[in-house]
Design a protein. Sequence first.
Length: 343
Amino acid sequence: MSNPSQPVGGTWSEEDLIAAVEAGPKGPNIGAFFDFDGTLIDGYSLSAFARHHLRSLQVTPADLGRMLLTGIRGVTSEEDFEQFTVLSMHTWAGRSEDELAELGERLFVQGISGSLYPEGWHLVEAHQRAGHTVVLASSATRFQVEPTARAMGVSHILVSPVEIVNGICTGRPGGPLLWRAGKAAAVREFAGEHGIDLTQSYAYSNGDEDVPFLRTSGRARAINPGRHLAEAARHYGWPVARFRSRRAGIADIAHTAAGLIGMLGGFAAGVVLGAATGSRREAVDLGTTLAGELGSVLAGVRLDVHGAEHLAVRPAVFLFNHQSQLDVLILAKLLRGGFTGVA
């Protein structure tokens, strides 16, 4: 499908993607279908599960060998994907549904959440503001996708089913897998059941196999595409966008090191300078202020603060969720002084 009212082709930025959503039609009859692995997260959620199983010795050498062999040969057809998925699900055989759900939540917190593309989250939020029906459509299972959907406030997911009998996973698929034609069919079925106008809807994916999925919607976008999807995007006139990798590169490591040096150096210099006042409290406060300011500058960190007026209200108790290793730097920059940490 195509939408002649939309600009086509070319490379788009995050701002371009969001602007197109804001300028487009509103309401729940417009769908926004997001692929998961490689599109909303950098990498593959199955990797987190595989690492867990290897660490806990819950995968046999034979199963591991078959999975590696399938991966080396490549997954190019529905049959290949089904074989690979069955091998992956086999490691879950005999485990309870609740146990797998808990494992999915734990692996999301421990690793997958750190792989989420901020650009993808912002795009989901733009669709939510427009009142669209947002759907995560993935060939992965609900144990991999549900925690992310819940964190993003997304109510609808389309995933490959896992067979559960009497609350126990059998290690087999529970129905058709959502890969290539299977995902496209699931999107069309969902659209029919929920009154979605696919000609006006959006679809986002990175995978070469997702061309049929992207073609279900009038506003398809290729995100971080491989070579074959990039060629398809040029053929169909789909915009291409590339999100910044969540994996640390040389520049990221350099910024981190500079920020750490700036924070420690700033604190030490502030304490030395503040000591001249004879007040230990003033010395610590000056050190904290310099640590936050110098560390953030050298790390290249800019803060977008909402509710800054509350920072000056004391006495107060400030709570933070400790989701980032930047917490200490951010607290120093925001609170500056006059506080004590409790952990």
